[in-house]
Design a protein around this ligand. Structure first.
Ligand code: HEM
Ligand code: CA
Ligand code: CA
Length: 314
């Protein structure tokens, strides 16, 4: 990320209020729908890790192409319509200036603020801007970039390593699972036909109560909270959970047991400060993955459709 074309406060001339408007909108949305903060945090992973922070994630399906949102690894992503709310607020002030990819990245930063990171002594993460929006959804490439919930730690480290994110960075990013939820579809293989013996027996009754069916109705909203202790707070409780065998996903569990990652898990479980330091470093790296700058890409008018599509299908 030496010179990727991104700069601090890219919009200072063309739209000086941009970052403030995004901050205000994320705050207002959080007041009305707390779970929007989880979405902004998850979005930065699902967009930036898939080739580029180019807002490819935000494109919906068209006649010709399937959206990344429709992939099984995107299951549970939500609140996209509120990205439009933020974009519309920015467009009212400066039409056609601020990219959806910058909105996605900055909303993640503000979502992190809503999740109390700063109140706990964490930093306000300074992030560069100047990203432009891609024109295509990359569903065909998604599996090559986004690890699945049961992937090996080796594969996870490789995928993040390709973005320049090292082992402590990966361990810190998975700390995002200190908030939000996981649907039963991603968990039932650990409960049925028999309970995974690696799970903490104290955690099992709760999981069985929340996921009572071995084949959950995909339409029913059945889920377990990622961190029962502090579900709305981005803290280091995740690391204590996974060391205690209360990690929900196989990757969460493995993170606490693989010899490459375990030392960092222990360190982050002990030190909130160390977690915050690594987390903000890794979020910065993730946010700068392979951006489109200069004359590449476009500034989308509406985040869910590329500009060309916008004209073809009004
Ligand atoms: C190996 C990497 C990862 C895997 C396999 C993974 C997988 C998952 C899965 C399966 C869920 C549950 C979705 C659902 O059922 O609704 C989830 C939730 C979540 N993930 Fe990850 N994740 C990974 C890394 C990350 C990273 C790096 C971040 C952010 C920096 C992140 C943020 C979140 C958040 C905030 C939620 C809760 C979403 C909500 O409540 O709406 N994850 N993840
Ligand atoms: Ca992308
Ligand atoms: Ca928590």
């Amino acid at each position: 990320a030496e010179d990727n074309g991104l700069v601090m406060n890219y919009y200072k001339e063309a739209c000086p209020q941009a970052e403030e408007i995004i901050k205000e909108q994320v705050k207002l949305l959080y007041k009305r729908h707390k779970n929007t903060a989880f979405s902004w945090l998850r979005n930065i992973f699902h967009d930036c890790a898939v080739q580029s922070c180019d807002a490819s994630l935000l494109l919906t399906s068209t006649r010709r192409s399937l959206s990344e949102q429709e992939h099984d690894r995107s299951f549970g992503l939500r609140n996209f319509r509120y990205i439009d709310t933020i974009k519309e607020a920015v467009e009212r002030e400066c039409p056609g200036v601020v990219s959806c990819s910058d909105i996605l990245v900055l909303s993640a930063r503000e979502g992190i603020v809503s999740l109390k990171l700063m109140q706990l002594g964490g930093p306000y993460i300074p992030l560069k801007t100047g990203r432009r929006d891609g024109r295509k959804s990359r569903v065909d490439l998604l599996e090559a970039y986004l690890p699945d919930h049961n992937e090996s730690i080796s594969a996870v480290l490789d995928k993040f390593g390709a973005m320049g994110i090292d082992t402590p960075g990966v361990v810190a990013l998975l700390g995002a699972h200190s908030v939000g939820r996981t649907h039963c579809t991603k968990l039932v293989h650990r409960l049925y036909p028999e309970v995974d013996p690696a799970l903490n027996p104290e955690h099992i009754p709760h999981m069985l109560k929340k996921c009572p069916d071995s084949i959950p109705d995909p339409k029913a909203v059945q889920y377990v909270r990622n961190d029962r202790g502090t579900p709305m707070i981005l803290d280091n409780n995740y690391y204590r959970n996974i060391l205690d065998n209360k990690g929900l996903l196989i990757v969460d569990h493995q993170l606490a047991h693989d010899k490459r990652t375990k030392p960092y898990v222990k360190k982050m479980a002990k030190s909130q400060e160390y977690f915050f330091k690594e987390f903000s470093r890794a979020i910065t790296l993730l946010s700068e993955n392979n951006p489109l700058t200069g004359t590449k890409g476009e500034i989308r008018k509406q985040c869910s459709v590329s500009n060309k599509q916008h004209h073809e299908e009004p």
